[in-house]
Design a protein. Sequence first.
Length: 104
Amino acid sequence: MYAIFAADGRQYKVEEGQELTIDFRDAPAGEKITFDKVLAVSDGAGDLKLGAPTLEGASVQADVLGAEKGEKLVVQKLRRRKNSRRKTGHRSVYTKIKIAAIKA
């Protein structure tokens, strides 16, 4: 069984027990999050329910595992022939979640 839901401007295809990272949410580890914008739900037998645009009464529940940092991005700016260089870095913070239940 899988579901497709929308959160933070992105769409995620998830199954129960799957772990994934989403944009940072200020939620402590152990808290439960419910996603209500479910676009589609399918059981393994090929029965697919599509929303227009979302399914009424469907939700995806997840447990927060904690915050984690992403990969470091290096931003380097160079102006040619001016002896001007600047190098900075950036690491985004994400929230790691585990899908607990899909309710259709």
